[in-house]
Design a protein around this ligand. Structure first.
Ligand SMILES: NC(=O)c1ccc[n+]([C@@H]2O[C@H](COP(=O)([O-])OP(=O)(O)OC[C@H]3O[C@@H](n4cnc5c(N)ncnc54)[C@H](O)[C@@H]3O)[C@@H](O)[C@H]2O)c1
Length: 486
């Protein structure tokens, strides 16, 4: 890259907002460790053997307190790590500072993340996470939304095109940057000496992916035989998607609404767009607050689930002018259009729980003739229409639970991140993994759950030999077949 945005604070090899926040971050990390039994068990059980020795992990995932516990676990397991936050608004600056500065039992790690980044700064930080000393690259990627994966694949595609050996569709949505401002920034971040991306990709043993949207992208790349290295979809572990996506969002969606607006939720009409894992958690949380919750869905199975859970399934157009809250949770673009936003009730609140920033058309909203932006506070924007009414948009349409609140609680993230650490161990130690999308074996999924049960006082029943035989399982598990859906 030729032009770097000015980092907020740069000491040697890191860029965070304020190193003086490290003390507060370290205290919160210590609290989080108590609530992350899976990661602490991995440190105890595997730390002494340092099974990740020799691994250079470049990470791109929300730079939160819980992520700091994950990173320090990877270091305890022997890895070297460089880290960038995966969202412009989700970084907890005290966590970034603490991870960068280190603590009594942890050396500092190169961190490139601060809250309130521009698109160019986000991708500049991603580049820094990939840039190991002495011109080397990572051996492993730990990714969110397939951000690093996309950057590398776009770089390799550009180099192949420059060399005249285009082996892919240049307009491929999973590799080539599109037309959004963020994609323009990604395109600028690709500048590198000839061959840089090809060499970097060749040294990557694999990537572990955190979220649904990233897993979709990996599957599409693999389906076209264009994935350049093996991937483990952590999202496809049951103890990730059925817990983080559902119960994490059940906690953090209301947390975000309260911190952002503090308006009463009970009795109001809340629309949840998408009734997948995230939508189910959001709907449950809003109903728990006494909201009248309705759901929009495209998938008949999820729609039927919603109705049988007591949620009317409606068209957004039919309720948009009555809704007090609209929460998107689909992972798809254009869920709430600018025209629909303009028809919402005065001071209705709209927020996004999906990974991408385009579920709510915040860009289109800014182009509505006569509309005025009146910021209320950081990550809470009042958009005033010429007729005098307003809507409140949270976190500019980016993840509201990380922009307006602090993401999921540590305990939930412990399950997700124990899967991440196990995936990194698999990628580092297993030979012969193909360049496809893999999931962790069910025994490890069950192990992640086991790590977390004692903290909640749960006691597992042991099957008798007779019962195990009748069920067709082993007494020690796995307890379900691979296709069981939970
Ligand atoms: N906020 C968080 O902390 C968090 C946590 C996990 C996942 N995510 C992200 O949330 C998004 C959803 O994840 P998920 O695991 O629930 O996915 P999912 O596939 O389980 O659910 C998404 C649902 O949205 C529905 N949908 C798609 N287009 C729609 C439309 N136009 N109208 C109505 N419904 C539509 C789909 O049919 C599907 O049922 C993804 O982007 C994922 O990466 C966010």
């Amino acid at each position: 890259m030729e032009e770097f945005p000015e980092p907020k604070w740069n000491k040697a090899d890191l860029a965070v907002a304020d190193a003086n926040l490290a003390g507060m971050g370290r205290r919160e990390i210590a609290l989080a460790e108590q609530e992350m039994p899976g990661l602490m068990a991995l440190r105890r059980e595997h730390g002494p053997q340092r099974p990740l020795a020799g691994a250079r992990i470049s990470g791109f995932l929300h730079m939160t307190v819980q992520t700091a516990v994950l990173v320090e676990t990877l270091v305890t397991l022997g890895a070297q790590v460089r880290w960038a936050g995966s969202d412009q608004l989700s970084t907890q600056d005290h966590a970034a500072a603490a991870l960068a500065v280190g603590g009594p039992e942890a050396d500092g790690v190169p961190v490139f993340a601060w809250k309130g980044q521009t698109d160019d700064e986000l991708w500049w930080c991603a580049r820094q996470a990939l840039a190991w000393p002495n011109g080397r690259g990572p051996t492993l990627l730990l990714d969110d939304g397939a951000g690093l994966t996309r950057l590398i694949h776009a770089g390799v595609a550009a180099e192949r095109a420059a060399a005249g050996s285009v082996s892919r569709d240049a307009a491929d949505p999973d590799t080539a940057p599109g037309s959004s401002a963020e994609d323009d920034a990604l395109r600028r971040a690709l500048q590198a000496p000839a061959g840089y991306w090809t060499d970097l990709a060749a040294a990557v043993r694999g990537v572990s992916e955190e979220t649904t949207s990233g897993a979709h992208r990996l599957h599409r790349l693999a389906d076209r035989a264009e994935l350049l290295f093996p991937a483990i979809s952590v999202n496809d572990s049951v103890t990730k998607s059925k817990f983080d996506n559902r119960y994490g969002c059940r906690h953090s969606v209301v947390d975000a609404l309260n911190r952002a607006t503090d308006v009463l939720i009970g009795g109001k009409l809340a629309v949840v767009c998408g009734f997948g894992d995230v939508g189910k958690g959001c709907a449950d949380a809003l109903r728990g607050q006494g909201a009248r919750v309705v759901v929009t869905e495209a998938d008949p199975i999820c729609a039927l689930q919603a109705t049988m859970s007591g949620y009317p399934v409606v068209l957004l157009d039919d309720v948009i002018d009555q809704a007090d809250f609209v929460i998107t949770a689909t992972g798809a673009p254009g869920i709430v259009t600018a025209e629909q936003l303009s028809r919402m009730k005065h001071l209705a609140v709209v927020g996004n729980m999906g990974h991408t920033a385009d579920e709510i058309d915040a860009v289109g909203l800014a182009r509505v003739p006569g509309v005025r932006l009146q910021p209320v506070k950081p990550q809470v924007d009042e958009w005033q229409f010429p007729d005098g009414h307003s809507v409140i948009v949270l976190s500019e349409g980016r993840l509201m639970n990380l922009g307006n609140a602090t993401g999921h609680p540590s305990f939930v993230m412990s399950a997700s991140f124990t899967n991440q650490a196990l995936a990194q161990l698999q990628l580092h130690t297993r030979q012969g993994l193909t360049a496809g999308v893999h999931t962790l074996p069910k025994t490890l999924d069950e192990q992640v759950a086991r790590y977390h049960l004692p903290a909640l006082g749960a006691r597992l029943t042991t099957l008798t030999e007779e019962q195990a035989l009748a069920l067709g399982v082993y007494v020690t598990g796995p307890f379900k077949s691979a296709h069981y859906r939970y």
